[in-house]
Design a protein around this ligand. Structure first.
Ligand code: ARG
Length: 554
C-alpha cells in the first residue's frame, strides 16, 4: 500500500505537513478530512508530537515537542556521520566524467563535467557506494595521423613549454594548417593513421608520447582543481580498440545493426533528421573504421560485464543527448544493458559569456580552463587580502586558492545542471548571496564562535530546555542533511546540496541574531553551542562533498 505513505514535508504552517491522507482517503473512498481527524486521534502519546491538527482538504499539520527536537539534536551531535546512512552500500556506480581530448586544451565544458562528476562521486562514496571513475579521454582518431606525421617531417622542437599544453596546442595548429592546405601531406597523414591502427611500433610510440604529455597536463589541472581523478581512472577511447570488431559482429548477427550504404548502422523508429530521413548510429564507417559510437558501446559493455556496474552515469554536455540515447538504446536491444541497470546521461548546459553567448575569448577562441582558474584565484587573492591585511606569502596564496577554486566550483554546481549559466567572476566571488565564498565564510564564522567559547565549547544537550523559534528552525534544517544527499543521488543533482547549505547558512544567521550563544547561561548555552557545532560540521561536510575547501578563517 504505497498509497498509505504519510508523505511528511516541511511546511510554512507547521514543522511538518502530512499529505498522505488524501491518497489514502481516495483508496478508501472516504472523506479525507474525516480520515485525517481519525489519524490525529490515533497518534501515539509518546510526547514526540506537541500538536497535530487537520488542515485544508485533509492535511495534518504537525508541531513537534521541544524535547523531541532536542533529543534529535543530541543524537546528531554525538554522531560523526551527522545522521547520514549508507543507502548506497552494495551498489556499484561507474561514472564517466571529465573526458578531455588529447593534444587539446581543456575548456569550460570539461570544467563542468569534472566538477559535477567529482561532486557526484563524493556523495555516492559518502553514502557507502562503490564508485568506479572513468575518465574517457579522447585519445584516438584520425587527428593523430596528422600530428604524428607532422612531427616526423618537422623533428625540430615546436615552440612552447612542454610542461603545459602550449607545445601540443601549437603542434596541433601547425599540423592542421598543413593538412588543410597540402593534399600530399593529408595523404601521408592518412597513411599514418593506418600505420597507427595497424600497430606500427614507431608510430605507436609517437602516439604514446603525445598521450603521456597531455595526461601529465590534465593531472596538473586536476591537482589545481582539487579533484580526485588519477591516472588509474583514465581509460580512454583507445583502450577499447581490440573489442570493437566483436561489438560490430554481435550487433550484426543479432540483427540490431544493418549495413546501409556500406556502413554498419543501427536505426531508430523515432529518430529522424530535419529532412525526415532516419538518423542512424554508425557503428562501423564505410571505410571499415570505428568511431565514437563503437567505442562507447564497447565501454558500456565492459562496465556492465566486467566492472559489474549497477548504475552507469555519463556526465557529458547536453548537446550529446542524442548520441547517448542511441548508444543506450542499442545496448538494450543487444542485451548488453539489463533492464535493472539504469544508464543516465547526466547532461549539463553551456557556460555563457557576459554577452549571453557560449563563452569565448575576445578573439573568438574557446577559453582555456587554466586561464579561467588563474584569473579566479587572482581575484580571490584581492578579496582575501582586503579582509585580512595581515595575511601574506604562501598563506595568502593558499587561502586565495581555496576561495578562488571554491568560487568557480560552487558557481558551476549551484545552478540546476541542465541550465546554461553566465560565467561571472565578480558575482561568484561576492561575499553575500548564494556563493562559495559566502558559505566558506559562514563556516569560518561558526568556527570562530566555537573558538571563543571559554569552556572549550561544551555542547552537552539538555533536552528539558525550551526552544526559541529560530532554534527550532535550525534543528529542523540540520535534520534534513541526510535526505538532501539522497535527493542529490536520486536526480544526480548537486545543486540540491548547494541550495540546502545556503538555506542552512541563512537559518544559522537568523538564529545567531536572535539567540545569543556566548552570553547565554544555563542549559541554553550548551544547547546553542551544540547547534553551532552541528551547523559547522554540516557546512564543512556538505562543502567537502561538493569538493570545496573549508578554511577555518577567511
Ligand atoms: N571527449 C568528449 C568531448 O570532449 C566527451 C566524451 C564523453 N564520454 C563518453 N563516454 N562519450 O566532447
Amino acid at each position: 500500500m504505497a498509497d498509505l505513505a504519510p508523505q511528511l514535508r516541511r511546511s510554512a504552517h507547521a514543522d511538518f505537513q502530512a499529505d498522505g491522507v488524501l491518497a489514502a482517503a481516495r483508496t478508501l473512498r472516504r472523506n479525507p478530512r474525516q480520515v485525517a481527524a481519525e489519524v490525529v486521534d490515533h497518534l501515539p502519546e509518546d510526547g514526540l508530537v506537541a500538536t497535530a491538527v487537520v488542515a485544508g482538504p485533509g492535511f495534518v499539520n504537525i508541531e513537534l515537542a521541544d524535547r523531541a527536537l532536542l533529543a534529535q539534536l543530541a543524537r546528531r551531535v554525538g554522531d560523526d556521520r551527522l545522521g547520514v546512512g549508507t543507502p548506497e552500500a552494495g551498489v556499484t556506480t561507474v561514472i564517466d566524467y571529465s573526458q578531455p581530448n588529447i593534444a587539446k586544451e581543456m575548456h569550460v565544458g570539461h570544467l563542468r563535467s569534472t566538477v559535477i562528476g567529482d561532486a557526484l562521486v563524493r556523495v555516492l562514496e559518502h553514502l557507502g557506494g562503490t564508485v568506479v571513475r572513468r575518465n574517457h579521454i579522447g585519445d584516438w582518431g584520425t587527428q593523430f595521423g596528422m600530428l604524428i606525421q607532422y612531427q616526423v617531417e618537422h623533428p625540430e622542437p615546436v615552440p612552447g613549454d612542454s610542461g603545459t599544453m602550449g607545445r601540443l596546442a601549437t603542434l596541433y595548429r601547425l599540423a592542421r594548417a598543413q593538412f588543410d592546405t597540402d593534399s600530399a601531406f593529408a595523404d601521408r597523414a592518412r597513411r599514418r593513421v593506418v600505420a597507427l591502427q595497424a600497430g606500427d611500433p614507431s608510430t605507436v610510440a609517437a602516439w604514446q608520447d603525445i598521450v603521456d604529455e597531455s595526461t601529465r597536463y590534465f593531472t596538473d589541472v586536476y591537482d589545481r582543481l582539487g579533484v580526485r581523478l588519477t591516472d588509474a581512472d583514465t581509460v580512454g577511447e583507445s583502450a577499447y580498440n581490440a573489442a570493437l570488431p566483436a561489438i560490430a559482429d554481435e550487433l550484426e548477427r543479432g540483427g540490431v545493426a544493418v549495413t546501409s550504404d556500406g556502413a554498419l548502422c543501427v536505426f531508430f523508429d523515432d529518430l529522424r533528421g530535419p529532412d525526415g530521413e532516419p538518423t542512424p548510429l554508425i557503428v562501423r564507417k564505410r571505410d571499415g573504421g570505428f568511431g565514437y559510437a563503437a567505442t562507447d558501446l564497447a565501454a558500456l559493455r565492459q562496465r556492465v560485464v566486467e566492472l559489474h556496474a549497477d548504475r552507469l552515469l555519463y556526465v557529458v554536455d547536453a548537446r550529446q543527448a542524442r548520441h547517448f540515447r542511441m548508444v543506450f538504446d542499442t545496448a538494450r536491444r543487444a542485451g548488453w544493458l539489463p533492464p535493472t541497470v539504469p544508464a543516465v546521461h547526466v547532461a549539463f548546459g553551456t557556460v555563457l559569456g557576459p554577452d549571453g553567448r557560449p563563452f569565448k575569448t575576445r578573439a573568438g577562441d574557446t577559453v582555456r580552463l587554466v586561464d579561467l582558474l588563474t584569473e579566479a584565484v587572482d581575484r580571490a587573492r584581492e578579496v582575501v587580502a582586503a579582509k585580512n591585511p595581515g595575511l601574506t606569502g604562501a598563506a595568502l596564496d593558499e587561502r586565495a586558492w581555496q576561495v578562488g577554486i571554491g568560487a568557480v566550483k560552487y558557481a558551476d554546481l549551484a545552478t540546476n545542471r541542465t541550465r546554461d549559466y553566465v560565467y561571472d567572476p565578480e558575482r561568484m566571488l561576492a561575499l553575500a548571496g548564494n556563493t562559495g565564498v559566502y558559505l566558506q565564510y559562514a563556516h569560518a564564522r561558526v568556527r570562530s564562535i566555537l573558538a571563543r567559547a571559554a569552556d572549550g565549547g561544551d555542547s552537552t544537550v539538555d533536552v528539558t530546555a525550551t526552544l526559541e523559534p529560530a532554534e527550532r528552525a535550525l534543528i529542523l534544517d540540520l535534520d534534513a542533511f541526510a535526505d538532501t544527499l539522497v535527493e542529490v543521488v536520486a536526480g544526480h543533482e548537486p545543486h540540491r546540496l548547494c541550495g540546502y547549505l545556503y538555506r542552512l547558512a541563512q537559518t544559522f544567521t537568523t538564529f545567531y541574531e536572535h539567540c545569543p550563544v556566548l552570553r547565554a547561561t544555563g542549559p541554553r548555552r550548551g544547547n546553542r553551542l551544540a547547534l553551532c557545532h552541528l551547523t559547522g560540521e554540516t557546512l564543512r561536510t556538505g562543502l567537502h562533498l561538493l569538493g570545496i575547501p573549508t578554511p577555518d578563517h577567511l
